[in-house]
Design a protein around this ligand. Structure first.
Ligand code: NDP
Ligand code: 8X3
Length: 272
């Protein structure tokens, strides 16, 4: 039964933003393994090329990639023009974008509001909020109606729980969650499903980006604990996209068992 459902993703177009690392790259490999056809976007082209090769090796019907900066409308429009060309502008049950994964985003800095930097605030709002809006607006005309298509936003537990230094990232992820909730109203009757997946602590390049390349500081975030892995989230994305077409997973919070809440993590060794 499980295998039969996942096989429904075979040869379906899956669009993943932020596919050059972390959850997006793992999702590309996982959907590739299900025989899907992939449209991958991010800013780092070499990394995208590598992920596309891995996805193809895993079994992807196609693994196509194109530069995408979700913080720029012109880049999103160029990416979507390319997408339309690749999928042949079709909206039929097998031809359109079956799954849109709004994954591109992340945190920049961990400053308090009093110490916050405009550039960090703007980058977080651009990628996590405006990027999701831009990509969704451009992708919607390419998504088939009444065919089990899905929009999946990657939010965060940070959108549900405040923490010191997380005002803007949390506000952005709360915004992303609210966009998903709004889309469920606006798309009612189209058969397009909308989900927000809100992970907790996960080991990707997230902390390296947040701490601007300070790998020692990034490593400390995961020290002594067992975080989620990108593959854990990819598996969940496959499960969501392969539910029967009348089933919508609205919101899904997923944390490692070692995390009770943001900032409350069990560590198996003492951290200095
Ligand atoms: P990574 O840093 O490993 O991946 C982030 C991805 O987003 C990269 O592929 C990056 O690609 C892309 N990206 C960032 N900004 C842009 C942009 N402006 N335009 C296009 N692509 C962009 O981290 P994760 O995999 O962890 O992050 C994926 C999502 O998961 C993010 O939205 C993050 O907020 C969220 N999240 C992460 C958690 C964690 O603990 N790891 C927990 C909860 C949510 P490139 O730089 O090449 O453009
Ligand atoms: C990432 C989770 O706790 O670092 O979205 O904000 S957290």
């Amino acid at each position: 039964m499980k295998i039969a459902r996942v096989s429904l993703l075979k040869n379906r177009w899956i669009l993943i933003t932020g596919a050059s690392s972390g959850f997006g790259a793992a999702a590309a490999r996982a959907f590739g393994g299900a025989g899907a056809k992939l449209l991958l976007g991010a800013r780092r082209m070499e990394r995208l090329q590598q992920v596309a090769a891995e996805a193809k090796k895993a079994g992807a019907g196609e693994a196509l990639f194109h530069e995408l900066d979700v913080s720029k409308t012109s880049s999103v429009e160029a990416f979507m023009g390319w997408t339309k060309q690749k999928i042949g502008g079709q909206k039929s049950a097998v031809g359109g974008v079956q799954v849109l994964i709004n994954n591109a985003g992340g945190a920049h800095g961990l400053d308090t509001v009093a110490e916050g930097k405009d550039a960090d605030w703007e980058a977080m709002m651009q990628s996590n909020v405006l990027g999701v809006l831009r990509v969704t607006r451009a992708a919607l005309p390419l998504m088939p109606r009444d065919a089990g298509a899905s929009i999946i936003n990657i939010g965060s537990v940070a959108g549900r729980q405040a923490y010191e230094g997380g005002a803007v990232y949390g506000a952005a992820k709360a915004g992303e969650l609210h966009i998903a909730r709004t889309l469920r109203f606006e798309l009612l009757g189209t058969g397009i499903r909308v989900t927000s997946v809100d992970p907790g602590l996960a080991k990707t390049e997230f902390s390296l980006v947040r701490f601007k390349g300070d790998s020692a500081r990034a490593d400390k975030v995961y020290e002594g604990t067992k975080p989620l892995l990108a593959e854990d989230i990819a598996e969940i994305l496959i499960w969501i996209a392969s539910r029967p077409p009348h089933v919508n997973i609205d919101e899904l919070v997923v944390k490692p068992v070692d995390q009770a809440a943001v900032g409350k993590v069990f560590r198996r060794i003492a951290v200095k």
